[in-house]
Design a protein around this ligand. Structure first.
Ligand code: UDP
Length: 357
């Protein structure tokens, strides 16, 4: 069987790595092709993850980065069509909700290649998030909808998807995390940054709604500046956010250590030892839930409600006062956690079994 998997942006790498490894264990029965669209392409947003997650070198690189959403999606489609026609896979595997996910799915659906969507069924019910559009379209044209948690199944069923296309397989992000734990333990990032476990905050911000609006970005940084008077903050800055901070000339306190985006082992080591994580990331909500670390998600909604219902995640309406109030609340009452079912390191094995059916 020929299986073609697509990666494009940072959150894809930790999802595809365990799936390719699980498929590899079937030996000659599976021929795998990896396509990198190039959405994220440099050392810090892409190459380091190939090394640390032991992903194979992509067989095809489409070299598409930058541009508006429409331009990027269209260029990925144009570059991907001849590639999929050349390989003619039995399955296209796409993960998550980035532009590469929807662009490659659209191409495959038009030429009749079956699509398996990993992380299907997640919904924020917020169409102002570009990712929500990508999720809904990809799910609508996928043949196999592989969900990380039962809320995904419920969303798809409510949208009229036939239950025989939906399979709850668990969370592949957590597969990568569990496998990497020994390496994460070996990271020396806390020493390098002069931090003490349990006595710092890890912050990440990159959603357009938080960083593209200068007034909102200034408010969120003002809140972080205030938090940093109590606990030092490590802030691995996404390229998009760094660009905004520079053009808007926003003042960041000295106790906030703005570092470049980190490799997976170092980043997860910081997360594991953080007192609190403040973020607007999707994946970070899941990783903190698995690790039992308190997470404040600075967004009005989440497509991952299980991280609140069962995990350590709390939503915070974006703003300075709301973030400071939420921080005080979780400091006083840290959320408890149950680990969601099937977040057990074996999601990729279940996916491979389904694909080989
Ligand atoms: N991550 C990392 N280094 C960083 C920031 C993030 O290794 O400096 C990892 C982490 O595992 C996170 C994943 O990249 O869950 C996805 O990150 P991002 O927040 O960019 O994407 P999202 O999940 O919001 O789509």
């Amino acid at each position: 069987m020929k299986i073609l998997s697509v990666v494009g942006a940072r959150p894809n790498f930790m999802k595809i790595a365990p799936i390719m490894r699980a498929l590899d264990s079937y030996g000659d029965r599976v021929q795998q092709t990896l396509v990198h669209t190039g959405q994220h392409f440099d050392e810090k947003m892409s190459d380091v993850f190939f090394r640390e997650l032991e992903l194979p070198k992509p067989h095809e690189h489409l070299g598409v980065s930058g541009g508006s959403h429409a331009a990027q999606t269209a260029r990925i489609m144009l570059e991907f069509e001849p590639v999929i026609l050349k390989h003619r896979p039995d399955w296209l595997v796409v993960v998550g909700d980035v532009n590469s996910t929807v662009a490659c799915s659209l191409v495959a659906s038009k030429i009749g290649v079956p699509i398996a969507h990993v992380e299907a069924g997640l919904r924020s019910r917020d169409n102002t998030m570009p990712e929500e559009i990508n999720r809904k379209i990809t799910d609508a044209i996928s043949d196999l909808l592989l969900t990380p948690s039962p809320d995904g199944d419920a969303n798809l069923i409510a949208e009229g998807v036939s239950p025989d296309r939906i399979h709850c397989v668990g969370n592949v992000m957590i597969d990568s995390l569990i496998r990497a734990l020994p390496k994460i333990e070996q990271s020396e990032i806390l020493t390098t940054l002069g931090l003490t476990a349990g006595e710092f905050v890890l912050a990440t911000l990159h959603r357009p709604s938080n960083v593209d609006d200068p007034a909102m970005l200034a408010e969120l940084i003002a809140a972080l500046n205030e938090v940093s008077q109590t606990l030092p903050i490590v802030f691995p800055v996404h390229p998009r956010t760094r660009a905004r901070l520079e053009t808007e000339n926003i003042t960041v306190a000295d106790a906030i250590n703005m570092v470049d985006p980190l490799g997976y082992f170092d980043f997860m080591s910081l997360m594991k030892s953080a007192n609190v994580v403040m973020t607007d990331s999707g994946g970070v909500q899941e990783e903190t839930t698995y690790l039992g670390v308190t997470c404040l998600t600075v967004r009005p909604n989440t497509e991952r409600p299980i991280t609140i219902d069962e995990g350590t995640n709390r939503l915070v309406e974006p703003g300075k006062d709301t973030l400071l109030a939420a921080w005080k609340e979780v400091e006083a009452h840290p959320p408890a956690r149950r680990c969601p079912k099937l977040w057990d390191g074996k999601a990729a094995e279940r996916i491979a079994k389904r694909l080989l059916g």
